[in-house]
Every structure is written in structure tokens, then in C-alpha cells.
Design a protein around this ligand. Structure first.
Ligand SMILES: [Zn+2]
Length: 450
């Protein structure tokens, strides 16, 4: 009799656990979006040669969130934004708030910026890119504050929308990206992969289409003064038209040295957007692979050192006729006088794995394409999306080859980003050590024993 009642109690407990929220092995997903279109006029980011703020809106820009959960607390939150990049401060604050509000751990929060150069300034490195007056700086600060609030809000909305869902993955291809360093490295490498993650409801209604591509989101150039999401924005608009009710989300790949070709007009941005959307539709219309849990996430930071600081270099540059060299030198000497010159960049690396079905590797900053090609070679057994421009976007990350070759991506960009760069040698292996760490922690068996 005692054994019988224990069995009954055991069965009741098992049933309670099974039907508790999310403890039944069913994947749940929730999506939400919020407009981040600025009030006008607004300074757009990315082209230091711009001389006036934006005066109109071609298309709205968005922050979009997707939460996928396979058990209580076992989840990933993917947030994509139509912005050049998020700053370290914004990411830290959003991560802090969503941890305290929803228990979302840093490794579970994957933020990615589309790198459109037709969206507002976000970062604080204004002294080098633009010489904004106090009024414009106050507007930028206000936009950043509002953005932080909206990112936390959209994540909360997606959490509130969680419902049973099914996930599928596949890959396509688009060929408008070219290696933009061809003057330095003729026929330089490209990555034309278009990874796709489809999320549908229990009734097979499309909820989210996450897709990626490795190409600078810079079809529009410095003469454009209209807010828009460039080709990645147009691709999202096309997909949302083709699949009503679905939220299209763009994950930027390792596009540091990749440009769209041809470029220069809104019509071309729309054309590239359409060809990328076509590639995604082709994947969605074909056979896709099921994606299952468990979801495992990992996050780390690695130190990328700068060479020894030489104040004499900046004392020379502060009287240079180049206003950008001058501004960077002023910044560096100011930091030097206060004993605050950084000797390294703290570089975030993140992995999200859905059992052995899908892995998203999130690399921070403007990563060049060599990283995605090497990751795909070294982790050939993984179905992998290699996203650059994840977490924050604070400079370029050259490979060892690009660092040695020099040029804009190799080191000159550090002038505009306000760092004492270029990086010291050994950067690629340092980044890869961090990649091996997060891949192993997220359960990848394909990790080299390094
Ligand atoms: Zn860039």
C-alpha cells in the first residue's frame, strides 16, 4: 500500500513538472519589434565625410527580438538592429537590465547590428568621426538613451509572446558582395553563404525568418541624407511582404572587407535587398533541416593587445593637416595625460548551439571575412552561422593577413574609431582561442585540441 501511494505521488509530481511552463521539451518562441527611426534632423553614422544631418526617412529602421526557449531558463534572445553598430555602454546596460528583469544571462543575449550607414550615430567616439557641437551631442545622447529603453522593451515584449514553435534551417547564396581590398589583395576572399533560420508556430504559421550575409551594408554612400536600412533593410521588407505575419531579421556576417557591388543609389540598395530576399525565399521553399534543443550558450572576452604606446607619434599627429589624425591625437594625448590609454581591447565572443543542428557564432566588431572562412574550415562538422558585428561594434578586427597587409581594415580605421591601433600581431590566434573556448562550452565536439 505504501509503495502504491508513493507511486501515485511520483506520477502526480511527474505530470506537474511535465506541464509546468516550458518543462515539456517543447520549443517556445516569441517575436517583437520596435521602431528606432530617429526624430529629424539626425546625424547618420559611418561616413566621416558627411557634412550635414539626415533630413528625411526613406524607410523606417527597427530593433527586432526573437526569444527561443527549450526549457525554463534555457534560451537564446536574438536582437537585430538596423544600426551601424551598438556601443559597449549600450550593450552593457541592456544586458544588465534584461538579466535583472527576466534572468537573461549575458551568453543568452545575442545582439547584432546590420551596419547600415544610413542610421543615427550611437557610439561615443564622436570627437574623431564628427566634430559635433553641444546641441547635436545632446541629441545623440538622447537617441542613445531612448534606444537603450527600446531594446529592453522589445526583449520584454518577445518574452511575453512565447508560444510553442518549430525551427528549421538551410543555406542559400547571393553574389553581390565583393572583396573591397582588391587593390591590396587582387581576387581577395568572399563568403557568399546565406544562412537561414525559420521559426514557425505550432500551426506552421511563419513567425520569424532570420537570415545572414557577409557584406558591408553600404550601398548608399556619403551623399545620402535619408534614414534607411540599406540592402539589409530592403531584404527584410521584401521577406515580410512575401510572408505576411513573419518578422524578418538580418544577421550581419564577417563583412569587414566586403562591399556590395555596384553601389551608390537607393535603387541599387533595393536591388541587392531583393536578390538577398530571393536567395532566402529559395531556401524557405526547399527542404530545410529541423532544429532541436537543447540550447547551449557560451560567452567570453579575450584581450587583443595594442603595441606599446608612443606619445611622440601623437605629438606629431596633433599638428597634422589631417583633421581626423589631429582629433585622434588629441584624444590619445588626453588619455595619456590622465593615465588612461588602453593597452588592449576587451573582445567579446559568443556561441549559441541548438543540439548538433545549428550553431550561431557571434563575433564582436567589424570582422573580416577570413574569420568566417577559417571557422567554417575548422568546424566543418557544424551547421554554422558566423555573425560579425555582434554585441558591440567598436573597430575592425583584421585577420593576421589583413593586419600585415595594412590599409583601412588593417589599421587605419583605428583613427576614426579612436583607438591607439593598429593591433599587435597574433590577433587572429587570440580570437580563435576564444572561439575554441565558447564552442567547447556550448557543446561542440568539433573543437580542435588547442
Ligand atoms: Zn564598416
Amino acid at each position: 500500500m505504501k509503495i502504491f501511494s508513493k507511486l501515485i505521488i511520483g506520477c502526480v509530481l511527474w505530470l506537474c513538472c511535465s506541464f509546468a511552463w516550458g518543462a515539456d521539451g517543447i520549443i517556445r518562441a516569441g517575436v517583437a519589434r520596435i521602431s528606432i527611426t530617429p526624430s529629424l534632423p539626425a546625424w547618420l553614422n559611418g561616413y566621416a565625410s558627411r557634412e550635414q544631418p539626415a533630413n528625411g526617412v526613406l524607410t523606417d529602421i527597427w530593433a527586432k527580438a526573437l526569444v527561443v526557449e527549450d526549457a525554463p531558463g534555457s534560451r537564446v534572445v536574438i536582437v537585430t538592429v538596423d544600426l551601424l553598430g551598438l556601443s559597449h555602454d549600450v550593450v552593457m546596460e541592456v544586458a544588465r537590465q534584461v538579466d535583472s528583469l527576466y534572468g537573461i544571462k549575458r551568453s543568452q543575449l545575442l545582439l547584432n547590428s546590420s551596419h547600415t550607414h544610413s542610421a543615427p550615430v550611437v557610439w561615443p567616439c564622436l570627437d574623431v568621426i564628427y566634430n559635433l557641437g553641444p546641441e547635436d551631442q545632446a541629441k545623440v545622447s538622447m537617441y542613445v538613451q531612448e534606444l537603450t529603453v527600446k531594446l529592453v522593451k522589445v526583449i520584454g515584449m518577445a518574452m511575453g509572446n512565447r508560444a510553442p514553435a518549430k525551427l528549421y534551417t538551410g543555406h542559400g547564396s547571393a553574389n553581390f558582395a565583393i572583396n573591397r581590398r582588391n587593390a591590396i589583395h587582387p581576387n581577395g576572399p568572399v563568403d557568399h553563404d546565406v544562412p537561414v533560420l525559420k521559426v514557425v508556430s505550432a500551426e506552421d504559421k511563419p513567425l520569424a525568418i532570420v537570415f545572414g550575409y557577409a557584406c558591408h551594408n553600404t550601398t548608399l554612400v556619403d551623399n545620402n541624407l535619408l534614414v534607411n536600412g540599406d540592402y539589409a533593410g530592403f531584404a527584410q521588407i521584401e521577406l515580410e511582404k512575401a510572408y505576411p505575419g513573419a518578422q524578418a531579421m538580418f544577421l550581419m556576417g564577417c563583412a569587414g572587407d566586403q562591399n556590395p557591388s555596384p553601389r551608390g543609389t537607393a535603387a541599387l540598395a533595393e536591388q541587392h535587398g531583393k536578390s538577398l530576399a530571393d536567395a532566402v525565399v529559395k531556401v524557405l521553399s526547399g527542404d530545410m533541416h529541423v532544429v532541436r534543443g537543447p540550447i547551449r550558450t557560451a560567452y567570453t572576452k579575450t584581450e587583443l593587445p595594442f603595441p606599446a604606446f608612443d606619445p611622440a607619434q601623437y605629438r606629431k599627429e596633433i599638428v597634422s593637416s589631417d583633421k581626423f589624425l589631429q582629433r585622434r591625437a588629441r584624444l590619445m594625448l588626453d588619455l595619456y595625460n590622465r593615465g588612461l590609454v588602453p593597452d588592449h581591447r576587451d573582445y567579446p565572443v559568443q556561441a549559441v548551439r541548438f543540439s548538433n543542428d545549428l550553431c550561431i557564432l557571434g563575433l564582436s566588431d567589424e570582422v573580416v571575412v577570413d574569420y568566417s572562412l577559417r571557422v567554417k574550415r575548422e568546424f566543418a562538422g557544424e551547421n554554422i552561422f558566423v555573425a560579425g558585428y555582434s554585441s558591440e561594434v567598436m573597430c575592425y578586427i583584421p585577420s593576421e593577413r589583413v593586419l600585415k597587409e595594412g590599409g583601412y581594415e588593417g589599421g587605419e580605421n583605428m583613427i576614426y574609431y579612436g583607438w591607439p591601433g593598429p593591433f599587435a600581431g597574433g590577433i587572429e590566434d587570440r580570437v580563435f582561442s576564444a572561439i575554441y573556448r565558447v564552442m567547447k562550452e556550448a557543446g561542440s565536439k568539433a573543437v580542435k585540441s588547442k
